[in-house]
Write a protein that binds this ligand. Structure first.
Ligand code: ADP
Ligand code: MG
Length: 351
């Protein structure tokens, strides 16, 4: 038996953290949002395989931190595991930048308010800064990633079909939509091969960010409900749910691409909540077409940071809720309550 070489270990673990174009964008978006960015511009070339660039106007990276910014397990966000009890940032593991360096060519340009000019840093496979030069960019951070998965041929080959690439671009748009909804003040642009694919302007609140992302025809079908529960644990629910009679599934929704669930502002896939939502809507409309479809809705759940474990999967899209069963019960009570609140005259049987 032999111990694996450090470079092999690095590649093996990094390629588990960084699995796809959409996953890279999720990590970079979250870094920008953690840096307080109000404006994020994303540029992709060849569906992100040749180039991914994420530019933000956040607080930037302090010069003193730049030598370790992409070293694995270096983070400015937590100091110990206990800090997860009051986590307010998306990131906390110090893994993303370092892992991306192991599977692509990475450069980071950054400027804080203290800096006179911005500096572009080129990083190597290990996340070390190998060169730096002055740049003209303003305050904030720009991460450029070239040749994603250049050293993982099978993963690159996975994207060799246009169909797969288009699916990935759709996933990118769905991901950006989720952040656009939950961060109303954020201005977002997605450019692919120099063409603006999608953009969203700054909006004042959740309702207007929904309008900007999902469109008037969808928002018109929504019913907004708030709910605050503070008996055992504090739970704040803010939801936009389909009115009865509304065509409540997106046209091709055999996947939950327009069912947006957020836990403490984090877009998540929560199997139990999703099951509950589907049961609710399938029962409400006992039509066969509803069975394999997902409702278009937005459910924003806010609980104390200590009630959530976000460290379940490397991509942080799953969360474990404290006292899950109680939460589930309260959610189902809530859904019954929502239905009872909907005025009868709005209802109709077809959708
Ligand atoms: P994490 O987000 O878990 O801390 P990352 O590897 O994603 O780990 O980022 C490492 C560190 O680099 C962050 O903790 C942060 O200090 C800094 N950083 C990365 N991206 C940005 C950005 N866009 N703006 C400001 N700082 C950033
Ligand atoms: Mg991060």
């Amino acid at each position: 038996m032999k111990q694996l070489a450090p470079d092999t270990v690095r590649l093996l673990s990094s390629s588990q953290v960084i699995t796809s174009v959409v996953n890279v964008l999720k990590e970079l978006m979250e870094n920008s949002l953690d840096a307080g960015a109000l404006c994020i511009d994303i540029k992709l070339e060849n569906y992100g395989l040749d180039r991914i660039e994420v530019r933000d106007n956040g607080h930037g990276i302090k010069a003193a931190d730049t030598p370790v910014m992409a070293k694995r397990h270096f983070t400015s966000k937590i100091c110990s595991h206990e800090d997860l009890q009051h986590l307010e940032t998306y990131g906390f593991r110090g893994e993303a930048l370092g892992s991306i360096c192991a599977v692509a060519e990475v450069a980071v340009t950054t400027k804080t308010v203290e800096d006179n000019i911005s500096t572009q840093y080129t990083l190597n496979f290990k996340g070390e800064v190998v060169s730096q030069k002055p740049s003209h960019l303003g305050q904030g951070t720009t991460v450029s990633i070239l040749k994603l998965f250049k050293n993982i041929p099978v993963r690159r080959q996975y994207y060799s079909s246009v169909k797969k690439c288009k699916e990935e671009l759709k996933k990118v748009q769905d991901l950006l939509m989720a952040y656009a909804i939950i961060k109303p003040v954020l201005r977002l642009t997605l450019v692919h091969n120099k063409v603006v694919v999608w953009q969203k302007a700054k909006t004042p609140d959740l309702r207007s960010s929904l309008l900007a992302t999902l469109g008037l025809d969808v928002i018109f079908l929504f019913h907004n409900q708030h709910y605050h529960h503070s008996y055992f644990i504090q739970i704040l629910l803010d939801g936009f749910f389909p009115k009865p009679g509304a065509s409540y599934t997106s046209t091709s929704s055999s996947s939950p691409d327009k069912t947006f669930i957020f836990v403490n502002n984090r877009p998540v896939h929560h199997k139990d909540i999703m099951k509950l939502l589907r049961q609710h809507y399938t029962a409400q409309y006992p039509d066969d077409t509803a069975r394999n479809r997902y409702p278009i809705l937005v459910l924003k759940i806010t609980v104390s940071a200590s009630s959530v474990d976000v460290n379940l999967t490397p991509d942080k899209t799953q969360v474990l809720l404290h006292d899950k069963v109680a939460m589930k019960l309260r959610l189902s009570q809530k859904f019954d309550w929502i239905v009872s609140q909907i005025p009868a005259e709005l209802g109709c049987n077809s959708f």
